[in-house]
Design a protein around this ligand. Sequence first.
Ligand code: FAD
Ligand code: SIN
Length: 495
Amino acid sequence: MLSRFLPRKMSTCPIPTPLTHQPPVIIVGTGLAGLSAATQLTKQNVPVLLLDRAEKPGGNSMKASSGINGAGTRFQTIPDTVAEFYEDTVRSAGKPYSAARTVDKERREKLISTVAKKSKGAVDWLSGEMGVDLSKVAQLGGHTKPRTHRGAKGKPPGAAIVGTLLDGLKENPFAEMRMKSRVTKILKESEEVVGVEYVDVEENVQSIRGPVIFASGGFAGDVHGMVQKYRPDLAGIPSTNEAREGSQPLLSDIGARLIDMEHIQIHPTGFLDFKDPSATVKFLAAEALRGEGGILLLGDGTRFVNELQTREHVTDAVWKSAAKLDSEGQLRQWDITLLLDEGAAAALDTHMQFYLWKGLIQKTTLGEVGQTALETIQEYADIVAGKKADPYGRPAFGNWTLSEPQADSVVYVGKVTPVLHFTMGGVLFNEEAQVLDEHGQPIQGLWAAGEVTGGLHGQNRLGGSSLLECAVFGRIAGDQAASFWKNHYLPAGEQ
Ligand code: FAD
Ligand code: SIN
């Protein structure tokens, strides 16, 4: 009976020793969603095989710069609740949520409620059991409370979290990772997913059997393919994602439904690197730079927006107010300055060292930025001090400390422009991370987690909620697949 599940070709890399005779749970993608699932599975002694088309593991998760959300954690000094996080997420999700019909709305509610409720547990898991420093908390756009966690120093949050999970799996006898292994097909028999086909490092087509967790990320780098298909109007906007094709079509090929595909997040602040202004892939200016006190100025030195509004809102304001730059070729870029005082910069010391070293941010004086900017900052200092109301309604000022701005006051400035950043759409799934078909029914033997999924964020994802969904749904997918594997793949005597 078991032979039905045995991989057809196991010659290149056997599954590690403890369970050589049993097929693994197959995880497609080694970003945070895939690694969270793998960690959960191996804890239960279930063998996993992680496949990734990239040379190195970590996906976009590795690049995450602002942090992971959690409501009610021990690191938050300003009280916060699951209900407030839930409400902020619903507000940010907008029309796809508010206009949804009964079944669709219920599903979206359950997804939002699952991440809000499990957010504290995710931060506890990473910072407690896994030992990642997440002690620093910032308020990002669209949040009513500071709830985005990162480390106090050292690596940025994505690299810190992913590096820790990878270290944990490296020596684990139940985990195997095959890089440069591109999954090209999901295998389905009698309505059940039974494995995948992939092209290995030597360009050979391999097939392997086992239940499957899809954690293959989003498609914001697939600018000439899926972005062009779903949002041709976004052509020419640079991206924070490497140019790689999206993998969602592999799921729709076997009957999974895709939703919200037209909702693509434009992050308002990708760095314009003067050494390479026509780069189509940009470094991100982390939202935490604004959260910790940074502000945005137009080319003439005036403010134009509440910098702590949602990304959707800030990007719209850029498009309405900022001058378009003359860019090479098809590239569409706008003239915005990100400015931090010394207080805001000190709160993000490690990030700032990197940006300064890269030449993406310069240390200068207000006088050098310009007379209008100096006047804007003098007025802003009065707003921070509570002497004036902010015409844009910024709710918090982070670590801004400059109270008497002068021409020789030190500031840090960089040029930024909107960038394609995240895809809210993806494969339809439920709160148990099961992938659903066109009728909303679970496809047996298949789960999904992370950016490959759709429906949770509606038309705008809140900063910090992607790492969160990866940890929450990655772990749920791991638990679900573990139970399925024990029932379907483990011989009766070993259960
Ligand atoms: P990924 O981490 O992207 O991993 C997917 C993996 O799947 C990749 O390694 C890819 O190679 C592999 N893959 C894809 N298709 C295939 C295939 N067919 N076969 C084999 N392998 C495949 N979110 C936050 O919450 N907080 C932040 O601070 C934050 N900062 C960010 C900063 C940047 C610069 C970027 C780009 C994103 C940031 N995000 C942040 C978003 C967040 O990092 C991602 O949305 C999230 O990490 C996605 O995780 P994932 O596991 O779903 O996918
Ligand atoms: C950022 O650091 O601005 C990205 C945060 C996110 O995408 O959640």
